[in-house]
Write a protein that binds this ligand. Structure first.
Ligand code: ATP
Length: 504
């Protein structure tokens, strides 16, 4: 089993993540969080909200940052998505296989084989080691001879293949040649209808990003909140994309959660604010436990930039090396200077145009503020925390432990009476009742102490307190540290302060 298979299996076994509607065979691209996963994801979202909206952050101008939160609807007036460009342009190229009935993203497919017109092309999904190995093995002797010559043996993206090339291509799950269709553009927005009549007029979309709720409310917030540019609006919420090929566990899902900030600035300050948010966000992911070299910050090349960002201060991605992207990286969060693209587009589409420009009292001037957008995924973030935490250790009964940062750990501490008698359960229960007023605490009285530690190791619980015979006479407990397995004895009365110091 690969490392990723091990992580997925632990997530299922310990109740971090399940397939949505599993009893009916699941549904592709949708995932549920179980008791431990729900706590983990909530810890991530709460930390984000707390650090972005509630905590005092000082900007590059040396002043405290103004940030407010919103909670907007998933279904918005469909004109929103015309203005944002999603109705016209939120498309992925899609390829169907007529034989296997599988569907693929054309830009994720690689065709392997000779350029000779009679040779077969073997197509695999980029990054899928198994499929690639199968494609390489499928080369005939004659094709393999060609394969040794880099001039004729090539790996090409499926999107550049001609009709003749496609006719000699074999799909990842097919046996025959020529069963893959020409790539067709496919809009990623989920459609629905509002009201009883299902026609063009009642058509609406599930939001593909949370950002547009923020932009559409910009004017409401300026009017009601006494905020002045520079300031930010933050939102956490669901987004939906009918991804052509959902894959890699929760990494590419059809329903997911985003944590987005739109930070409105004076146009001439774009460079400094862009650099500020890029660095702050990178450090933030490290502060919640993504400390290894698996986390990287990647500045986009100019030719990768979105149309609105070409002239801007820049775009960068915070990326994580997941087991399924290794040696490559996958995007956790994008930070982009979106200029005044969105506010201008909404002003134009709602028919008010330049009248919607923001009035800057200090400058005595009207303009559309520019925007720096740090846009992160809560599910990809949770997945990165799970992958980072997963630590095999043959010396333990559980063979593996989850090394979560204490702030992210779903359960902060376990409390165990050594035996279920002699007054120990009563002492344990008193401690549990006190601590659970503040934290998620697991009380476990069953099985051997070794098995209880093993359960907590798999859940990633950083500390366990055991009440033993000595506890009754000396009013102390032993603390066991998850990562080192070291134990120490502390006074029962000091447990609350001891935990607060380490968890906050
Ligand atoms: P990708 O190129 O991987 O499809 P994207 O560039 O389209 O991602 P954005 O539109 O920038 O992504 O969305 C912001 C964030 O939302 C991403 O960094 C990611 O964390 C999250 N996200 C986007 N699409 C998905 C998805 N299908 N499943 C889970 N999270 C997603």
């Amino acid at each position: 089993m690969s490392r990723m298979d091990d992580i997925v299996s632990l997530c299922r076994r310990r109740g971090f993540i399940f397939q949505s509607s599993e009893i009916y065979g699941g549904i592709n691209g949708f995932w549920d969080y179980g008791p431990l996963g729900a706590e983990l994801k909530r810890n991530l979202k709460n930390a984000w909200w707390n650090d972005i909206v509630h905590r005092e952050l000082v900007g590059p101008d040396g002043k405290p940052i103004d940030m407010v939160g919103v909670d907007c609807t998933i279904i918005m007036n469909p004109k929103t998505w015309v203005a944002s460009g999603h109705v016209g342009g939120f498309n992925d190229p899609m390829v169907d296989c007529r034989e296997s009935k599988e569907r693929y993203r054309a830009d994720h497919l690689v065709a392997l084989g000779s350029t000779a017109p009679d040779a077969r092309l073997y197509v695999y999904v980029d990054g899928d080691e198994e499929q690639m190995a199968k494609a390489e093995k499928s080369l005939t002797k004659y094709e393999r001879r060609d394969a040794l010559d880099p001039a004729v043996h090539v790996r090409r993206s499926f999107v550049v293949l001609t009709a003749e090339d496609r006719a000699r291509a074999i799909g990842p799950h097919a046996k025959e040649t020529g069963t893959l269709t020409e790539p067709r553009m496919f809009n990623l927005m989920f459609e629905t209808h509002c009201g009883a009549v299902r026609d063009e007029n009642s058509k609406a979309y599930l939001r593909p990003e949370t950002a547009q709720g923020i932009f559409a409310n910009f004017w409401n917030i300026v009017d009601t909140s006494r905020v002045k540019v520079p300031f930010g609006i933050a939102q956490v919420g669901k987004a939906f994309r009918n991804e052509v090929t959902p894959r890699n566990f929760t990494f590419r899902s059809r329903e997911f959660e985003q944590m987005e900030i739109e930070f409105f600035i004076k146009p001439e300050t774009a460079n400094e604010w862009y650099a500020f948010w890029r660095d702050y966000r990178f450090n933030w992911w490290q502060s919640i436990g993504l400390t290894s070299s698996n986390l990287q910050l990647r500045e986009h090349d100019r030719d990768e930039l979105a149309h609105y960002a070409k002239e801007g201060a820049g775009t960068s991605d915070i990326e994580y090396k997941f087991p399924f992207t290794d040696p490559g990286f996958g995007e956790l969060e994008g930070i982009a200077h979106r200029a005044d693209f969105d506010l201008k587009a909404h002003a134009t589409h709602c028919g008010k145009g330049d009248k919607m420009r923001y009035f800057d009292q200090e400058k005595n001037e009207r303009y559309f503020p520019h925007v720096i957008e740090p846009s992160a995924g809560a599910d990809r973030g949770t997945l990165a925390l799970l992958c980072e935490a997963y630590t095999p250790d043959e010396s333990r009964a559980s063979k593996v432990y989850m090394k979560f940062h204490p702030r992210m750990a779903p359960t902060k501490a376990g409390i165990f009476p050594l035996v279920n008698k002699d007054g120990m359960p009563e002492v344990a229960e008193r401690l549990w009742r006190d601590l659970r007023k503040t934290w998620t605490i697991d009380m476990d009285e069953k099985q051997s102490i070794g098995k209880r530690y093993a359960r907590m190791d798999e859940a990633g619980t950083p500390y366990c307190f055991t009440i033993d015979g000595e506890s009754l006479t000396t009013n102390t407990v032993t603390v066991r540290h998850r990562d080192t397995q070291a134990q120490e004895r502390i006074a029962i009365d000091s447990v609350r302060g001891w935990l607060a110091e380490r968890i906050g």
